[in-house]
Design a protein around this ligand. Structure first.
Ligand code: ADP
Length: 472
């Protein structure tokens, strides 16, 4: 796979490109502005010289011979660099005399000027006499003729070109400097990311407690480090839970499997009559049934932890469902001499999976009857509370010790010494996960020796949900 440029290099290239574009725009702007202004300066200088000659002609009443000295003086006293040239023409446009550069490069008057009168028009144009000599030429009507002036603009143009050259020569240095500084800045900003990367690499199945160091600056990277740390924490807790679960599950499966194997070995050790064989097989079948129940519970726990799929939700009338579950447990309650009293508000609809909800309440009722001694009472109540359905399974049983209370929803946790009561400790975790998968929760209150109350809260079927289902 082609390796992409590192972020540091990408940022450096971007900084440099940004500088290149900005400086280029700035350079083009300053160059044109300076070129424009210096040419304007040249025009002003020339204008001054031409105006002086025009003024001298006016003073001499148009007598050319009288101004010749003045013109000569102007040309000779001008800076050599300017290569000033001045020429006088008669009214017909015939050149009378020329001084300075206009002597070397005679330039005809523009046609448009010949028709003009004094002071009316000034024609400015550039006379290009090869790369080396570039002249600005200005002609203006005067008393008795025309005055023409020329000025070497190279000096003015050179100023602008000097500025352009400074930009051109300093550009590579500027770009190099920006690239270097950009690289340093990018690396500095990326250091926390590299640290995160290193930590994330170190985190593995055996090192889940590693965390990215945070600076406390509260900037975006610090926030990201915090978020990642929270995620690592959740992963760590999740993996820990899975480890505990699989360890417990293996233990729970091993005990009955060992018992099963020993029973089969003992049965097979010596010849048995058909009646003995039948008895042994019946016991084996009941143990296999227990094992399959255990596997079912583990699978249900995994499924409910993964959540409820939207298509699994149908409107379930909890009053009907709870009546069915109560009826189902009535014989067990009777056997245990426990009074079972349902008090159900009718038509309490929740969106959910009827099989899962059935299992939730079956687990609660099973426990309530199991952990209530003969003569006790189990009440099943259903009511509405705001937008929720509240179902309570209350018993007058043995209750749960304060030390056990925080743990009873953990898989395989069995409070106190319950070995005499059948069960593996998956009923409550499954019940709570089912409640949560339905957007609700399961809570418990208990007083040892007096009884427990398990309260399930589930969101009611909303009219919108009911309507959309009806339409669908
Ligand atoms: P199991 O009943 O199979 O042991 P559960 O997950 O259903 O597993 O329950 C976990 C533990 O919580 C039980 O071992 C029991 O100690 C306690 N418990 C649950 N329900 C009740 C109840 N109604 N009264 C007293 N203790 C209960």
């Amino acid at each position: 796979m082609r390796r992409r440029l590192s972020i540091g290099v990408q940022w450096t290239l971007r900084y440099t490109l940004a500088l290149l574009v900005t400086v280029s725009i700035f350079a083009v702007f300053t160059y044109t502005e300076i070129a424009h202004r210096t040419l304007h300066d040249a025009e002003l200088v020339l204008d001054l010289q031409v105006s002086e000659a025009v003024e001298a002609l006016r003073a001499a009443g148009g007598r050319v011979a009288q101004v010749r000295d003045t013109v000569e003086r102007s040309v000779s006293s001008a800076d050599d660099d300017l290569k000033l040239g001045l020429a006088l023409y008669d009214e017909a446009g015939q050149r009378l005399f020329a001084e300075g550069s206009l002597q070397r490069f005679p330039t005809p008057l523009p046609e448009s000027l010949l028709a003009a009168t004094e002071g009316e028009r000034t024609v400015v144009h550039e006379l290009d006499v090869g790369e080396k000599y570039s002249f600005l030429v200005m002609a203006r009507p005067a008393v008795g003729g025309f005055v023409q002036g020329a000025l070497y603009t190279r000096r003015f143009v050179r100023n602008a070109r000097d500025v352009r050259d400074i930009y051109l020569y300093s550009m590579p240095v500027l770009l190099l400097l920006t690239a270097g500084l950009g690289w340093m800045l990018a690396r500095g900003s990326l250091r926390p990311l590299q640290e995160m990367n290193r930590t994330a690499r170190r985190i593995s199945g055996t090192h889940l407690d590693e965390r990215i160091p945070t600076t406390g600056s509260g900037d975006e990277l610090d926030e990201l480090a915090g978020t990642l740390n929270e995620m690592f924490g959740r992963i760590e807790r999740g993996v820990e839970r899975m480890r505990r679960f699989s360890g417990n599950a293996a233990h729970e499966l091993r005990t009955p499997l060992n018992a099963l194997r020993s029973r089969l070995e003992v049965t097979l050790e010596q010849p048995r009559d058909p009646e003995e064989m039948r008895k042994a097989l019946a016991e084996t079948a009941s143990e296999v049934e227990g094992l399959s129940q255990l596997v079912h519970s583990m699978m249900r726990l995994a499924q409910s932890e993964a959540g409820l799929a939207p298509e699994q939700r149908t409107p379930v009338d909890l009053s009907v469902l709870l009546a069915e579950v109560t009826d189902f447990f009535a014989p067990l309650a009777e056997d245990g001499e426990v009074a079972l009293a349902p008090r159900l508000e009718p038509e309490v609809l929740v969106p959910g999976d009827p099989t899962w909800l059935h299992e939730l309440f079956a687990n609660l009722l099973d426990n309530a009857i199991k952990y209530t001694p003969p003569g006790g009472r189990v009440e099943v109540e259903l009511s509405r509370d705001g937008g929720s359905a509240v179902a309570q399974v209350r018993d007058t049983g043995v209750g749960i010790d304060e030390r056990d209370l925080p743990h009873i929803f953990q898989p395989f946790h069995r409070a106190g010494n319950r070995s005499e009561v059948p069960g593996v400790g998956l009923g409550l975790p499954i019940a709570r996960e089912i409640a949560r998968a339905h957007g609700g929760d399961l809570q418990v209150e208990s007083t040892p020796g007096r009884g427990s109350c398990f309260r399930v809260r589930l969101p009611l079927q909303g009219p919108a949900a009911a309507r959309s289902r009806a339409a669908g």
